[in-house]
Design a protein around this ligand. Structure first.
Ligand code: HEC
Ligand code: HEC
Ligand code: HEC
Ligand code: HEC
Ligand code: HEC
Ligand code: HEC
Ligand code: HEC
Ligand code: HEC
Ligand code: HEC
Ligand code: HEC
Ligand code: HEC
Ligand code: HEC
Length: 288
């Protein structure tokens, strides 16, 4: 068997025969030396991979720095990663080849669906946010969303927008990926975004003829979702103290902020008319 195999190889590979005879011929001759340029003669794929995407495994080490010796003299000339990579938490992970699936292309990284802990050897901010601001994203693995290293998914890959007025890039107006349930927004957020869920407030306000209808939702409901302002935040002492003592609630006369009463209109209630003008005018809105 062994002999037959050997002769097949000799027939097929002149090179192999050459190497074979060179070592066997004369014991007085120095042993033939296997060099890095020889490998490609018999191993096609590893040199190709290294040439294409070897990274530092191409520039900083050679084949034989990793593969010391060769069969049959050395049975399995496969190195441990830890021979050269030591001293960082990342190098204590189990199963390097699980992610660095081909050592000849070390930066081509594949993740399974359920990876979190290994990410934390390099990224810490995201897990802190996920844990501090509990949401349903907290229970997901990092690689559930980032299935290829460095890839950022779009929210709309997994979720529908709240309305047709919204696109994938609008999600960030109110949500952050690692604390999605903590809804905050800036002062330039358009009212139509809120209208996706607050149709009634939106239609009341836009139908109103009072000056509030010119204001954006977030002009009053600032920064954080479910923030509700006091009227007196903007209208400081609008009426004399005596009247306010008698009618402590603005709404008793003005109704709600989204739909202020208009007393110019016919069926007006007859409240005790305030004697003086409001003490302070509110600031002009930043935006129309
Ligand atoms: C003349 C052909 C030839 C050359 C040249 C050659 N190899 Fe090999 N190599 C083989 C063969 C055949 C085997 C399989 C041996 C076995 O399984 O017993 C092998 C096995 C290996 C293995 C072990 C693979 C395993 O799965 O255990 C490694 C690693 C290896 N070679 C690396 C190299 C490197 C690095 C070079 C260049 C420095 C090189 N080889 C040059 C023919 C060659
Ligand atoms: C940084 C270290 C490193 C370098 C550099 C390296 N290898 Fe490897 N090589 C490995 C490891 C680790 C494995 C085992 C992979 C596995 O178990 O899946 C391997 C596997 C192999 C194998 C056997 C499996 C296969 O893919 O055929 C061959 C042959 C091989 N290498 C050849 C080479 C050649 C040729 C070079 C240079 C062009 C080279 N290697 C450079 C680490 C290296
Ligand atoms: C013979 C030494 C040696 C072995 C064995 C080795 N490496 Fe490396 N590796 C290096 C050197 C040297 C560098 C460049 C310096 C650095 O980044 O630490 C490097 C760099 C890397 C890089 C960064 C590549 C880049 O282009 O930035 C990765 C990833 C890597 N190694 C993974 C591995 C894995 C996984 C294994 C085991 C399968 C392994 N190495 C085995 C020597 C080795
Ligand atoms: C869960 C996947 C995963 C596992 C397991 C893993 N790595 Fe990595 N490794 C990565 C990622 C992701 C990078 C970052 C690549 C980049 O910078 O683009 C990386 C980078 C590296 C680097 C280059 C950057 C640096 O910090 O030095 C080396 C070297 C490395 N890994 C070695 C190893 C070794 C050795 C093991 C096993 C002890 C291992 N890796 C296990 C995912 C993994
Ligand atoms: C060995 C260290 C290392 C490991 C492990 C690692 N990363 Fe990275 N990661 C990096 C480096 C370095 C960068 C590039 C940083 C940059 O460009 O700001 C990066 C970039 C990223 C980016 C893109 C950042 C951006 O701003 O575009 C994401 C997303 C990412 N990693 C997620 C992950 C996830 C998820 C895991 C685990 C499955 C992981 N990383 C494991 C080192 C690592
Ligand atoms: C890869 C899929 C995926 C991506 C990408 C993704 N999510 Fe999620 N998200 C989920 C899953 C799964 C849940 C949990 C659903 C459930 O249990 O009902 C969830 C839940 C949520 C929740 C509810 C949180 C809670 O605690 O009630 C919000 C809000 C959310 N996602 C917003 C976003 C936003 C915004 C983005 C983009 C920055 C995004 N998601 C990206 C999969 C994803
Ligand atoms: C629900 C999906 C989802 C999960 C789970 C998730 N991310 Fe992200 N991640 C994203 C999205 C979407 C972005 C883009 C955020 C942006 O553009 O503002 C992102 C951005 C990043 C970035 C780039 C820098 C930054 O913070 O914006 C890194 C690094 C990152 N994620 C790492 C992680 C790590 C590590 C984990 C696990 C602890 C994780 N991610 C869990 C969806 C997710
Ligand atoms: C104008 C602010 C705003 C924008 C823009 C926004 N969201 Fe939301 N989203 C919210 C609020 C507020 C909630 C919480 C509702 C609650 O308390 O039930 C929410 C809840 C969610 C939820 C939890 C399940 C649900 O439907 O109640 C998901 C998922 C979600 N948003 C995804 C998205 C995605 C994807 C986008 C981008 C297309 C997006 N959001 C854009 C404000 C916004
Ligand atoms: C994804 C749907 C969604 C979006 C988008 C959304 N909200 Fe809400 N909002 C809700 C839900 C659900 C509630 C709770 C209703 C309840 O408790 O009856 C709520 C409650 C509120 C409340 C009432 C809080 C209270 O204590 O009564 C205010 C104010 C509010 N939202 C303002 C806004 C503003 C301003 C925007 C736009 C920046 C917005 N919302 C966008 C779903 C949404
Ligand atoms: C965040 C600031 C803010 C809050 C909160 C607010 N308003 Fe106003 N209000 C304004 C601005 C701005 C105007 C327009 C002033 C102008 O153009 O002269 C206004 C106008 C008015 C007017 C005059 C309407 C008109 O059409 O002439 C009344 C009445 C009024 N507000 C009552 C209220 C009441 C009652 C509340 C509470 C339910 C309230 N406001 C809450 C900012 C606010
Ligand atoms: C002038 C300030 C102002 C503006 C502009 C405004 N709100 Fe309000 N909103 C209030 C005040 C004040 C309350 C508390 C109830 C009251 O006294 O009218 C309130 C209550 C609410 C509530 C809870 C009660 C309810 O009516 O459901 C929601 C939801 C809400 N606003 C959403 C919105 C949305 C969406 C917009 C934009 C279309 C908006 N608001 C514009 C001041 C404002
Ligand atoms: C007893 C009934 C009553 C109460 C209570 C009341 N108001 Fe008025 N308010 C009025 C009347 C009447 C006017 C004058 C309307 C007009 O001129 O069209 C007025 C006018 C205003 C104006 C408009 C001033 C201008 O220059 O156009 C503001 C702002 C205002 N009120 C805010 C408030 C606030 C805030 C509260 C609660 C702290 C409040 N009001 C409580 C009856 C009331």
């Amino acid at each position: 068997m062994r002999v037959a195999k050997f002769f097949n190889l000799v027939a097929a590979l002149a090179l192999f025969a050459f190497v074979g005879t060179a070592t066997a011929a004369d014991p007085a001759q120095p042993a033939a030396v296997l060099s890095n340029t020889d490998c490609v003669k018999c191993h096609e794929q590893p040199p190709k991979d290294i040439a294409a995407a070897g990274g530092k495994h191409k520039t900083e080490v050679t084949c034989q720095d990793c593969h010391v010796g060769h069969p049959p003299k050395v049975k399995k000339p496969i190195p441990q990663c830890s021979q050269c990579h030591d001293g960082k938490p990342h190098y204590k992970l189990q199963g390097c080849l699980g992610c660095h699936s081909n050592p000849h292309t070390p930066k081509n990284i594949k993740f399974g669906n359920n990876v979190t802990d290994p990410c934390l050897t390099c990224h810490s901010g995201q897990i802190e946010q996920l844990r501090t601001f509990k949401s349903k994203h907290t229970a997901l693995n990092c690689s559930f969303c980032h299935n290829v290293h460095g890839r950022i998914p779009e929210c709309t890959q997994c979720h529908k927008p709240h309305s047709n007025d919204m696109g994938a890039k609008d999600c960030k107006v109110c949500h952050q990926a690692h604390k999605p349930a903590d809804v905050t927004y800036k002062s330039d957020t358009q009212s139509k975004m809120c209208a996706a869920c607050h149709g009634k407030a939106f239609s009341l306000l836009t139908a109103s003829t009072a000056k509030h209808s010119k204001l954006a939702c977030v002009y009053c409901h600032q920064n954080k979702h479910k923030m509700v302002p006091q009227c007196t935040q903007c209208h400081v002492k609008p009426h004399p103290a005596a009247i306010m003592a008698k009618f402590p609630k603005c709404g008793e006369c003005h109704s709600i902020a989204h739909d202020l009463n208009r007393w110019g209109d016919a069926a007006a209630p007859a409240p005790a008319k305030p004697a003086a003008k409001p003490a302070a005018k509110p600031a002009k809105p930043a935006k129309k």
